[in-house]
Unconditional design. Structure first.
Lengths: 68, 518
């Protein structure tokens, strides 16, 4: 199999969730961007699940596959 | 007492930020309790239970932030609410400056950071699967810290990742080392030639730290989450990770850390292991001993995994030992036995690391008899009990105990009143992302437990190991010293700590575990 290119670095991180993890990566000199994430659909779990289904439908089966 | 609450609409903040602000507000004079929670039904129920929910808080929605304060007077409570809001605002300004806009979505973040190749996701589990899938579809490897992600989502995510040649590390992945970068709870260790695949964050941390203590480093540490070796997930990422490390020119030796694989998965795993043309050490905690293969060495503890890997990397032979320093352990035992322990016959393990809890149980059972895991009703008769306080059941609505030390500290102190407990067995986990001084609250709690036990005419022992390195922000040596000053017996590995706890109850095991006295 192909070895993931990220093994050789550099690692660039998109952080969603605990800000703490973005802070520790920054302190380590890692390129990181923290997303101002909020629960989708105002945190309504049923609506959020529907949004995930819409994501799936929007994603064409022939979507490009391009691992970093 | 006056309870005041305010609701900040559409103000999502993560649980660690909320814990930190609550801690600061709680320190204000006249404030008895402060709580900051997102307004999910589960969190509102917790606040109600704590008597901190009043009319204002009850109308909160899941995306709203509830700030609740119990104080000596209404005036103090109102001032504390204002202070909490200012602290929340100040934190954001400190990080970003008042004007800088943050991306609101993964897609816009990728536009801001071209070449982004890893998404680190720690949002609440119910929403994490969707974000992880979006990241994979944009070609990013995923480090998925979130727990409480549905199993069906995990299966889909890992299948999608493999199809795209990407890593999906998690859900419930505490730690990873990729390309020289530690993700999640990561100890500060050198890069090296040992690659790890781990179904356990603390397992990976322990192996990395034990390797560091032996002068070896990590090439890649691929976390896969605790369910990867289940029948449903089918070891999808474990096998993918092993294949990736097999082809990685920077990896000479591979370590696999897991719980026992589901029987249906074992054959696939062994086929993958057999195809690896590098030395492999497998630590499948709780799996009965397996014959040694040509290139696969099966071990039963985390420290043995690191020792075996270090020896293989250097072309040396290696044999498992119950104690690295039997003479030192014997002296320690003699010193402890000079003070008679009084109390019931039990060991109580209070762990922040799930794998460390499981490992302690597997080490203890052959030495002291049955050990129950968890504090449920079914965990009755055995006098020995081990709790994984990082388990999903203990972390709903609050940070992991490696970050939030308060919950475990209460349990340690309460052990002083538990007549069945004679030895408290603990882990202390250091590293980036973890509590800034985890030994501090443990030491204070052990002292309290001892006082409470003494008031009942009992005497407790506390035994611990510290997972960390001298370069961790908390500093390994200082943390060990802090525990020892509180009378905690600190052993160099979790397995040794468990064996030492067993020795305190059953000194007759010394001949077997420590060899003949000289």
């Amino acid at each position: 199999m192909t070895v993931p290119g990220v093994f050789g670095g550099p690692v660039r991180v998109v952080n969603l969730g605990l800000e703490l993890f973005a802070e520790t990566l920054e302190a380590d000199g890692v390129e990181v961007i923290h997303v101002d994430w909020r629960p989708p659909a105002g945190g309504d779990l049923r609506l959020a699940a529907l949004l995930a289904v819409l994501d799936d439908e929007a994603e064409s089966p022939e979507a490009p596959i391009s691992p970093h | 007492m006056p309870v005041r609450a305010c609701v900040l609409t559409s103000s999502y903040r993560d649980s660690v930020v909320l814990m930190r602000v609550a801690d600061e507000v709680r320190r204000r004079p006249g404030v008895r309790e402060a709580a900051l929670f997102m307004g999910t039904p589960a969190n509102l129920a917790l606040l109600e239970q704590a008597g901190l929910l009043e009319a204002e808080g009850r109308r909160a929605r899941p995306e709203d932030l509830v700030v609740a304060v119990d104080a000596d007077s209404g005036k103090i409570a109102a001032a504390a609410l204002t202070a909490a809001q200012e602290l929340l605002l100040a934190r954001r300004h400190t990080r970003d400056g008042p004007r800088r806009a943050r991306p609101r979505t993964l897609e816009s973040a990728v536009r801001v950071l071209p070449g982004a190749n890893v998404a680190a996701i720690s949002v609440p589990g119910a929403f994490a699967g969707r974000e992880a899938m979006r990241a994979l579809r944009r070609g990013l490897h995923v480090f998925l810290f979130s727990d409480n992600v549905p199993l069906a989502d995990e299966v889909l995510l890992k299948q999608e990742a493999r199809r795209r040649g990407l890593l999906c590390m998690g859900p419930d992945c505490g730690t990873a080392y990729i390309g020289g970068v530690g993700l999640g709870f990561a100890n500060v260790v050198d890069r090296g030639r040992v690659g790890c695949v781990a179904a356990s964050g603390t397992g990976l941390q322990a192996v990395a730290c034990h390797l560091a203590a032996r002068g070896e480093g990590i090439s890649q540490g691929i976390g896969v989450g605790g369910r990867d070796l289940s029948a449903d997930v089918g070891a999808e990422m474990t096998c993918f990770g092993l294949e990736a490390l097999a082809g990685d020119p920077g990896t000479d030796v591979i370590v696999l850390v897991s719980k026992p694989p589901h029987p249906d998965v074992l054959a696939r795993l062994e086929a993958t292991l057999a195809a690896v043309r590098k030395p492999v050490v497998v630590c499948a905690l709780g799996l009965p001993a397996r014959p040694r293969g040509d290139s696969v060495r099966w071990v039963s503890t985390l420290v043995d995994a690191a020792e075996a890997a270090a020896a293989l990397a250097r072309g040396r032979t290696w044999t498992s030992r119950p104690f690295a320093d039997p003479r030192g352990a014997r002296q320690r035992l003699d010193r402890c036995r000079a003070v008679e322990l009084r109390g019931g016959p039990g060991i109580l393990g209070l762990f922040t690391g799930g794998t460390l809890a499981h490992e302690a149980r597997f080490v203890l059972e052959p030495l002291v008899g049955p050990v129950s895991l968890g504090d449920g009703a079914d965990s009755g008769p055995p006098s020995h009990r081990v709790l994984d306080l990082g388990d999903d059941a203990h972390t709903v609505g609050r940070p992991h105990p490696m970050i939030d030390a308060a919950g475990r500290a209460e349990r340690i102190a309460a052990a002083g009143d538990a007549t069945e407990v004679r030895v408290v067995l603990l882990d202390v986990v250091l590293g980036r992302g973890a509590h800034p001084d985890p030994a501090g609250p443990v030491a204070v709690a052990v002292e309290r437990a001892r006082q409470r036990a003494a008031a009942r005419g009992r005497r407790l022992a506390a035994v611990a190991s510290v997972i960390g390195t001298p370069r961790d922000p908390q500093g390994l040596l200082g943390q060990v010293a802090r525990l020892e000053a509180a009378g905690v017996e600190v052993l160099p590995s979790n397995a040794e700590a468990a064996r030492f706890a067993a020795l305190l109850l059953r000194p007759e095991l010394a001949a077997t575990l420590l060899g003949p006295a000289t």
